[in-house]
Design a protein around this ligand. Sequence first.
Ligand SMILES: [Zn+2]
Length: 375
Amino acid sequence: MPDFGFDLLGTDGQARRGRVTTAHGTIETPAFMPVGTAATVKAMFPEDVAKTGAEIVLGNTYHLMLRPTAERIAELGGLHKFMNWSKPILTDSGGYQVMSLTELRKLTEEGVRFRSHIDGSYHMLTPERSTEIQHLLGSTITMAFDECTPYPCTKEEAEKSMELSMRWAVRSRDAFVKREGYGQFGIVQGSVHEDLRLRSIEALNGIDFEGYAVGGLAVGEGQELMFSTLDFTTPAMKTDKPRYLMGVGKPTDLVGAVARGIDMFDCVLPTRSGRNAQAFTRRGPVNMKNARHATDHRPLDEECPCPACTQYSRAYLHHLIKAGEILGMMLLSWHNIQYYQQLMQGMRDAIEAGSFEDFQAAFLEEYNGGDIAPL
Ligand SMILES: [Zn+2]
């Protein structure tokens, strides 16, 4: 079995073309990871997720530890077998969901005690427990347990939060059972402050993680501030390890972040939007609820190879959405995941060809140009 590794195959400006090697197969980067919160990418069969070109999906520690529990998934042979997905799986640490979904949580040096949003039962997540849960799940890539710094916050709060996360990173690493082909990523924090981000990177570089994530962005600071934070963050990160921007984002976010040296992304946007009638296309987002599609026999996107575009009309998709039919959500989820994978493929090709800047300009012009005119 190959050990966990990252090959930087080429660069174009700051943009990077790479390959992550794992126990469950390789991941061509820049890569987008569809989110499979509760051991399923919502409204998609796993084989269809793979057909879009996705090579890795994300699972959520918080949701799986509560239901059906990590111990049960381990007894049933691990998350890969449980959800019928044999390619790589990255799991988050649970920290973000604890902060965003639970009430009555208590944060201490030890970890976070919280009440389940499902049945009100009490649980404790610590760096050690989060790492153990991800081990029980059999996650290909384990994330260090950190505190997602809220935004906005004072610099003092951001500093305290980052320092706590760095102490938790050491404990997460100590708890990680290194196995061939499996890896663990540390998470850079420090909000939008350059000195804090650089200190966080220095602390994490002292721990030899298999990869490094940028956390605490896409939390309400806006695209401009996210990009300016990446501008001073990624150049300080190790070049020989994958870089993962957590929870991002919109298509324009992905292209701008790849231009700033990010390799991996995850976001609920394509699937969540797909269940809410929003389709992402080369010409920007399209609301399929809109009555302008009611008699439109044309495909959503004539260049997209997904079944929503090759086998159905805009009028039919509009009808399914208006009628609340499950197939409408399934088709738009598939299309959106397909669109994101095509976008990543386009970026990988452009970096290889040394034409990423041209790609970015053409992408933005088409994306901001708007949808095709109504019939
Ligand atoms: Zn499509």
